[in-house]
Design a protein around this ligand. Structure first.
Ligand code: SGN
Ligand code: CA
Length: 530
């Protein structure tokens, strides 16, 4: 533990007299720095690090998200434990890997009776809230206030469940979610208590629907195809078998919004119907703005009538433009929240976290979506601003199981021993990190829904990655297991599977031992014999 004496006194004080201590200032007399730390945890859904200018300046400028990095730290080796929404959220709340927290894939139901960091904070007198996407099926527990989207939620006029009551709200999801968060900060919480707000945007999840005011952005931009766009997947069977390809699986009507009034453009029937249904959620003003943009896009598409590689390129451009428009709105909304904290004098005692539930493919390997342990989806953006903390890059291997202990420690709440993650607070303060992590463990379970990515697990060190594609039954057939090994230094795009190649035996063996070690550490022994 890394507490100062003052901090320990504050915890003791909190647990003795509960929340009263926070308002009466019994502890506050001691020292300014013992002021309880508020937590603002902002998480988007499917936000790639490639589309945050603090990480990558190729595509978009995100000045507001970058404010968090400029005043704090940027983690350059930040990863998830299971690259998909519900499981990621469960890892984040519990600080534990998926098998231990029981939420292994999106069809799971979160056991809300288990230990989570919001519950531990609440027990120590914090006012807690979650607003936006939840996606854990069961009702939130450990929150004084919750106002969540149903499932994935809708971009336009979304329905929320506010403390158990359904309510449909007019407007665009990112704006509505921000308004709800600002309203809770201003009017909803007990201002005598420290707060922990989980602000979870649904954006930029599929189908990347922009706000009407952002529709014309990027219309003239042309983005180069990623160098791995036409990956052959040689030596990577699971990569070959997926259904998340821009070329083959991205739907013209559903994903790319070509729901033409003439009803001439047709795509996969279920997706085409869903695409037209989403449009019908909009009110007449929203539809008019939408049509003013997409009717022109549709007309141009029909005129051009692209085929083959021209069609692939067209789809990629259209995907990128919509995705980036959605990010522009996210960034603007985050700016509003940061402005509010500044105006209210909350910046000097609020830990701000910005992250995503996982990374996302921006056309790398020809894909959209996530799930794979390959870099683009295994990684996730992570920016933190700790008042009085260090600034710059943190390069250690960190994972979303580390968020819970970090937040607990920042709040001065003891971190339970059964948590798998390690607090990042020492790193935020520029101190030694006793965790000294050498490798990360990963385990993805969902199959076959919805993109047919094979269940796999693996280990990643600073330089190497070993992936085990788990043998799986599918449609009455047994799909064989396989191994993939990458040297990330020599092959950062992970195109060359060197498993089984001469000279790699020792490396593979040592990574297998490491994998087994981590499986034991995280209670995943049942997967050791694969
Ligand atoms: C939906 C999407 C999928 C996506 C999953 C999981 N289809 O099912 O493309 O992989 O969510 O995403 S959609 O047609 O409903 O958009 S997750 O981030 O929530 O796990
Ligand atoms: Ca997600």
């Amino acid at each position: 533990m890394d507490y100062t004496n003052g901090k320990i006194r504050q915890i003791a004080c909190l647990s003795l007299v509960g929340t009263a201590a926070l308002s009466l200032g019994a502890c506050q007399e001691k020292k300014e720095e013992t002021k309880p730390m508020n937590i603002l945890y902002i998480m988007c859904d499917d936000h790639s690090y490639q589309t945050i200018s603090a990480y990558d300046t190729r595509y978009i400028n995100t000045p507001n998200i970058d404010r968090i990095a400029a005043d704090g730290v940027r983690f350059t080796n930040s990863f998830v434990a299971n690259s998909i929404s519900g499981p990621s959220r469960a890892c984040m709340l519990t600080g534990k890997h998926s098998l231990a927290n029981g939420f292994t894939d999106n069809s799971s139901e979160f056991d809300g009776s288990q230990q989570t960091f919001p519950k531990l904070l609440q027990a120590q007198g914090y006012e807690t809230a979650v607003i936006g996407k939840w996606h854990l099926t069961s009702e939130p527990t450990g929150f004084n206030h919750w106002d969540i989207l149903i499932g994935q939620g809708d971009y336009y006029n979304p329905t929320f469940i506010c403390n158990g009551e359904k309510v449909q709200r007019k407007g665009y999801a990112t704006n509505v979610t921000t308004e709800l968060a600002l309203d809770w900060l201003e009017n909803g919480r007990d201002a005598n208590k420290p707060f922990c707000l989980l602000l979870h945007h649904k954006a930029p999840h599929r189908t990347w629907m922009p706000d009407t005011c952002d529709l014309e952005l990027f219309s003239d931009s042309n983005f180069p195809l990623p160098e791995t766009f036409y990956d052959s997947y040689e030596g990577r069977e699971a990569a070959l078998a997926q259904h998340m390809s821009i070329s083959k699986d991205m739907d013209l009507v559903y994903d790319l919004k070509l729901a033409d009034k003439e009803n001439e453009i047709h795509s996969r029937p279920d997706l085409e119907a869903a695409g037209r249904r989403i449009y019908s959620r909009m009110d007449s003003a929203q539809k008019a703005a939408w049509d003013a943009h997409y009717d022109r896009v549709i007309a141009e598409f029909k005129k051009k009538n692209p085929k083959g590689k021209d069609l692939d390129a067209w789809k990629f451009q259209q995907y990128m433009r919509d995705y980036l428009r959605v990010i522009n709105s996210v960034d603007r909304n985050i700016g509003q929240v940061l402005d509010y904290l500044e105006a209210e004098g909350l910046m000097d005692n609020t830990l701000i976290v910005y992250t995503s539930d996982q990374g996302f493919y921006m056309g790398e390997h020809g894909w959209f979506d996530k799930r794979f342990m390959y870099e683009e989806s295994f990684r996730t953006p992570l920016l933190m601003r700790l008042p009085g903390g260090v600034k710059g890059d943190i390069t250690q291997l960190v994972q979303n199981i580390d968020y819970a202990p970090t937040i607990l420690e920042a709040a001065g709440v003891e971190v339970p021993e059964d948590i798998h993650g390690c607090s990042l607070l020492p790193l935020l303060k520029g101190k030694e990190w006793s965790a000294n992590r050498k490798a990360l463990y990963y385990h993805y379970y969902e199959f076959p829904d919805e993109h047919t990515v094979r269940p796999h697990l693996g280990v990643r060190t600073e330089r190497y990655k070993l992936i085990r594609i788990v043998p799986t039954e599918f449609q009455g057939k047994q799909l064989q297991g396989s191994w993939e090994l990458f040297d990330l230094q020599e092959d950062p795009n992970e195109l060359n599977n060197i498993y089984g190649k001469e000279g790699t035996e020792q490396l593979a063996d040592s990574l297998k031992s490491l994998l087994k070690e981590l499986q034991v550490q995280y209670g995943e022994e049942k997967f050791i014999e694969m």
